[in-house]
Design a protein around this ligand. Structure first.
Ligand code: HMG
Length: 389
């Protein structure tokens, strides 16, 4: 029996900020942002979007082609939850029209939560082969105006359906994982922005990748030449390069060139969207599969998941015959092109317009009539949404 990804879809809000414009405004050389960090644009969250709306909007595209009747569980990975008690999964379950007799829960461990959800889904489906699990990984990367992390912000969601009919890729049971208590990145309960020691977090990421890579090779009796490409958690695209370059000397020049080319393909969407924490690895996978013309069914792809704090997992997927056709049903490039580019003033206004205070009954700027799920604002301390399927 094979278990894996039957379908995957992506959603990001309809606004973007150009990184050259941000660099100029922050007194930095544009090349620092576009080359040194490797970001060209970032998606910007309006005050009528959050992880629930983005997760629902990503999953709604997926559910156009899949029956909800077989979905037995909804796992929602996020570190930008909308409530300290109620799970984003329950809001999403309602809007997506999933049946009541399922399990639905939110999973948190920084950017790693989506991968934990994916692995729980795999284990569940392995025990219950007639069932499917919907995994959503949605986040808002928010560091604050005028911070070093600002260039690495972003927002979006990836939805994945896990089943015994993995039309995109099989999840191979070859994971290696680790946890280490690190003060590299965190967000206090009373803060709407992440706090980070950026350089330390980059070092922890690189070290954990290297440790897990060494363990992966021994545990699975594999080498770098077994891999057609990698997808990394990409807080910024240069991070993937920093990780991969550590192990490239293990193969000859020709394979190094090929793996670097796959890396560029895997960075393409992330370079235009920014960090989406739990969803970043899976956006990178989507980017690799959409952009590469050299991958083929049967190829093994390595995935490195990293969440600050810190927890990481390295595992692989094997591509399924016809995966390109399944993915072509969604045009991510078109979604990115359709975003309206904001001026710096509009971006800063949008950034500061988020409605974090539940004590005031207030309406968001939700335009309505979009057909998408929107956050309408607060009423009686309770979040109000609208969504018509
Ligand atoms: P910084 O201090 O502003 O940048 O912070 P820098 O001075 O380190 O420069 C960045 C790079 O640009 C350097 O290259 C410079 O040389 C280069 P590197 O040495 O890294 O290869 N540079 C230039 N290149 C070309 N032309 C130029 C130029 N000038 C400089 N003119 C930092 C950068 C990423 C640290 C900051 O943006 C930050 O703190 N970001 C947030 C934290 C982060 O993304 N950490 C990544 C690892 S942790 C992680 O992945 C988990 C996370 O997703 C959260 C979670 O798990 O929930 C963050």
């Amino acid at each position: 029996m094979t278990v894996g990804i039957e379908q995957m879809t992506f959603y990001t809000p309809g606004f973007s900020l150009d990184m050259v414009e941000l660099a100029k405004a922050r007194g930095e050389e544009p090349e620092k942002y576009t080359i040194g960090i490797g970001q060209s644009q970032q998606s910007v969250l309006p005050n009528y979007e959050d992880v629930v709306t983005m997760g629902v909007n990503a999953a709604a595209t997926l559910l156009k082609t899949v029956s909800t009747a077989d979905i037995e569980m909804l796992l929602f990975g996020t570190e930008s939850g909308v409530d300290n008690s109620k799970s984003a999964a329950i809001f999403a379950k309602n809007f997506l029209g999933l049946k009541d007799d399922i399990r639905a829960i939110e999973v948190k461990q920084a950017c790693y939560g989506g991968t934990f959800a994916l692995m729980q889904a795999k284990d569940f489906v392995s025990l219950h082969p007639d069932k499917k699990v919907l995994v959503i990984a949605a986040d808002v990367a928010r560091y604050g105006l005028h911070t070093p992390g600002e260039v690495t912000q972003g927002a979006g969601a990836v939805a994945m359906l896990i089943s015994t009919d993995p039309k995109i890729a099989e999840i191979n049971g070859d994971s290696v994982y680790m946890v280490q208590d690190e003060p590299d990145f965190w967000r206090p309960i009373d803060s709407d922005i992440a706090l980070v020691d950026g350089h330390q977090s980059t070092d922890v990421y690189k070290d954990m990748f290297l440790s897990l890579w060494q363990r992966y090779k021994v545990q699975n009796q594999r080498s770098l030449s077994d891999f057609a490409g990698f997808a990394f958690h990409l807080p910024y695209t240069k991070m993937g390069k920093k990780a991969l370059e550590q192990i490239l000397p293990e193969v000859d020049e020709e394979r190094q060139v090929a793996l670097r080319k796959r890396l560029t393909e895997s960075q393409y969407y992330n370079r235009l969207v920014g960090n989406l924490y739990t969803g970043s690895l899976y956006l990178s996978l989507l980017s690799l599969l959409d952009r590469s013309e050299e991958l083929a069914a049967g190829d093994r792809i390595g995935l490195f998941s990293f969440g600050s704090g810190a927890e990481a997992e390295l595992f692989s997927l094997t591509l399924t015959t016809g995966y390109q056709k399944v993915l072509s049903q969604q045009n991510v490039q078109e979604m990115l092109n359709k975003r309206r580019q904001l001026s710096l003033f509009e971006y800063e206004t949008m950034f500061t317009s988020q409605l974090f205070d539940s004590s005031e009954d207030v309406r968001s700027e939700a335009p309505g009539q979009t057909g998408r799920c929107e956050f309408l604002g607060w009423q009686g301390h309770y979040r109000q949404y609208q969504y018509k399927k």
